[in-house]
Design a protein around this ligand. Structure first.
Ligand code: 4AD
Length: 430
């Protein structure tokens, strides 16, 4: 019977065959312990020597790291392993012998591992992080599907910028100038006027010259947009969504969280509602904490966000930022025109901003003024203004950065480990 490591729990006491690679090995005179991996998980297989002429034992003993095989044996319970089972091997068919696999069980430097990312992905740690990434994606679709959202795919090649022009990747579109998408938001606003509640999930590109543990050049963003939803209602959707994915990871990725030694008591606390603090109060809090480098009207950097997050054990919303440091489309606070109806959601434990969102301007005249103030003239914006011309309604939306969220929930320090093939300031390969 052919099966996979993830399914062996159904085969206790039975003989099965698994297609696998050799992740690691140790052997003594009479017994070889093979660490197998098959993509679905990791499992130990035990090969006992059965006389001097035992070919299976000789094959196991001499097998090189990352060689591939079909391995057959009986599944038995093993309480010590995270999987709970191991295999007692009866036969091995070698498929391909790997010679001099470069990533050995010893420690390697980060640059070496990044140069071998196509192989590094096979390691236990990277496998765990990617499984958590997959669970966040899966539970994202579940959350929005169960709550009546329609998945809409905005274009990647665009003729307009959504988040300021300095970080755009330019490309030729036949005779026209085009950009790689920085955010699908403007298109999602059009979609919300057609479908009510929508979400997108796709790659976004920022030619940011930032070399930090939170910045990627290409990252994936989940962007919901909701018609007839105001700023406050949007914050409630955000805290419910983030709680849902955190609890899904906690329930469905136990082996992975354990392998990554993630402190799961921190994740258990991630339940709505989340605390909120205004930008004004955040500036005051930073001054109290001894920051002398921040004045009202300036944007927060990573150290400021970390210092604010330290006061809370759940993600915290920083709301109502000054208008001048935020995007052109954000709706001014009706009670105070110098701040806008927006919020950034800052993850606890120093993982930084994971969501940016706002209520959007729905008044045509005000939107026109904003365009002019930001120097954003040109035919590409005509269609966006038309959304305010035909049945404009209050609407809000937000963008959650997938890789920062994976880093936070996995407890991984740097976003380069949270995406299969990271694009960084100095890295386009592999
Ligand atoms: O705050 P940002 O720039 O918001 C927008 O793009 C809005 N248009 C979203 C919307 O309202 N539909 O980005 C949103 C999130 C950030 O909170 C962060 O998590 C992530 O995207 N992000 C990055 N992640 C990795 N590398 C980068 N360079 C990132 N820039 C933003």
């Amino acid at each position: 019977m052919k099966t996979t490591i993830s399914q062996v729990h159904d085969y206790e006491g039975k003989e099965v065959t698994i297609g696998a690679w050799l992740a690691n090995k140790r052997s003594s005179g009479k017994i070889a312990f093979l660490q197998l991996r098959d993509g679905t998980g990791f499992m130990q297989a035990v090969v006992a020597k059965n006389g001097d002429e035992d070919e299976t034992f000789q094959l196991a003993k001499n097998m090189t790291q990352e060689s591939s095989m079909y391995i057959t044996g009986t599944i038995v319970e093993d309480k010590r392993s995270p999987l709970g089972f191991e295999m007692q091997v009866s036969g091995i068919e070698l498929i391909h012998e790997a010679v001099d696999y470069p990533i050995t069980p010893k420690d390697h430097g980060t640059e070496f591992l990044m140069d071998h990312r196509h192989l590094w992905l096979r390691s236990k740690r990277q496998h765990a992080v990617m499984k958590i990434r997959n669970e966040i994606i899966r539970s994202t679709y579940q959350f929005f599907n169960e709550n009546g959202y329609v998945k809409i795919d905005p274009p990647i090649l665009t003729g307009s910028s959504a988040e300021g022009t300095t970080e755009l990747f330019h490309t030729k579109y036949f005779d026209e100038e085009a950009y790689l998408s920085q955010s699908g938001q403007l298109y999602m606003e059009a979609a919300a006027m057609a479908f009510g509640k929508v979400f997108s999930f796709g790659p976004t590109f920022r030619a940011e010259k930032s070399k930090t543990r939170r910045h990627l050049i290409e990252f994936w963003m989940i962007e919901p947009e909701m018609a007839f939803v105001n700023h406050e209602e949007s914050l409630q959707i955000q805290e419910q969504y983030v709680s849902f994915i955190a609890q899904s990871v906690l329930s469905n990725c136990k082996i992975e969280l354990n392998l990554l030694e993630r402190d799961t008591t921190q994740l258990e606390k991630i339940q709505a509602p989340f605390p909120r603090i205004s930008y004004d109060d955040a500036v005051g809090m930073l001054k109290e904490k001894g920051f002398t480098d921040i004045e009202w009207g300036e944007d927060f950097g990573a150290p400021h966000e970390t210092a604010i997050a330290e006061s809370f054990d759940k993600p915290v919303f920083i709301t109502n930022y000054p208008k001048d440091i935020k995007a052109f489309y954000m709706k001014p606070d009706p009670n105070r025109s110098d701040v806008v109806l927006c919020a950034d959601l800052i993850a606890p434990e120093g993982y930084g901003e994971i969501i940016g969102g706002s209520q959007r301007i729905d008044d045509l005249e005000l939107m026109k003024e904003q365009y002019e103030a930001h120097g954003l003239t040109g035919p590409a914006y005509k269609w966006y203004l038309e959304l305010r011309q035909y049945g404009s309604v209050p609407h809000s939306g937000f963008g959650l950065g997938l890789e920062r969220t994976v880093a936070w929930l996995s407890g991984v320090d740097h976003v380069r480990e949270t995406i299969p093939f990271p694009r960084l300031l100095n890295r386009l390969h592999p």
